[in-house]
Design a binder for this molecule. Structure first.
Ligand code: DX5
Ligand code: ZN
Length: 220
């Protein structure tokens, strides 16, 4: 099995020192960073948008895993692509024409992701799997860090894994929300390829040690 990718969610980092945090992640051996974009409409919280991502891009070569929790993301795909996102992940629930948005992302040359809220069934992406690089299974209701993992997400991950294998898709399964060293082995066992962790990562420096803790726990 390929090694699990850990994508620390910058939402739990120190926003007054973003450049330092990105450098610290890179020095710790992390390759992806998860950027949570919230609009105060799709989710009850507001974070940052393309200008901040563009500023971060200047000082970092990390893979920018961009999770858009925004209504009608089709309005901003071009902006996030130009700002330097490497993967653009939109919510299935946030747009009426999901296939069209995925096509828009692909045309920018960026990796294409679709996120599913906890109550959204895996079937919502069934026909799109061949054109996706990643499916994000939300294991909490999006909007905030520090929430507890919703257990039925494990069933959805397994279902998606079977669907992805059946259709021969290259899509990775990413899991976001309440992921910790205590539950990551079960999540990977169910079929996850990429784990997002905010509070359980940033609250436990040094980052290189924490990365190792996650890697060991995932392999156990
Ligand atoms: C929640 C965000 C997550 C969040 C995860 O809406 O999408 O990426 O940062 O935080 P933890 O790992 O603390 O649940
Ligand atoms: Zn996220």
């Amino acid at each position: 099995m390929a090694e699990v990718i850990l994508s620390p969610s910058l939402l739990s980092s120190d926003f007054s020192r973003l450049a330092d945090e990105l450098a610290a992640l890179q020095n710790a051996g992390v390759s992806w960073v998860h950027l949570d974009v919230m609009d105060g409409a799709f989710v009850p919280n507001i974070t940052f948008g393309p200008p901040v991502i563009q500023a971060m891009r200047k000082g970092s070569t990390l893979f920018f895993d961009t999770h858009l929790m925004i209504e009608r993301p089709e309005r901003y795909i071009e902006d996030f692509a130009k700002a330097g996102a490497d993967l653009i992940c939109v919510h299935a629930e946030a747009t009426v024409h999901l296939e069209r948005v995925c096509d828009m992302i692909a045309k920018t040359g960026k990796k294409v992701g679709v996120a599913l809220n906890p109550a959204t069934p895996a079937e919502a992406v069934k026909y799109l799997l061949p054109q996706l690089d990643l499916v994000l299974v939300m294991s909490v209701n999006p909007g905030f860090g520090g929430q507890s993992f919703i257990h039925f997400s494990l069933d959805k991950i397994s279902e998606l894994k079977t669907m992805i294998r059946t259709c021969g898709s290259k899509a990775l399964i990413q899991v976001d929300g309440g992921v910790t060293p205590e539950n990551c082995a079960d999540i990977v066992g169910a079929g996850a390829d990429v784990l997002v962790s905010g509070s359980a990562f940033f609250n436990f420096p040094p980052y290189a040690e924490r990365l190792k803790t996650f890697q060991k726990a995932c392999a156990s």
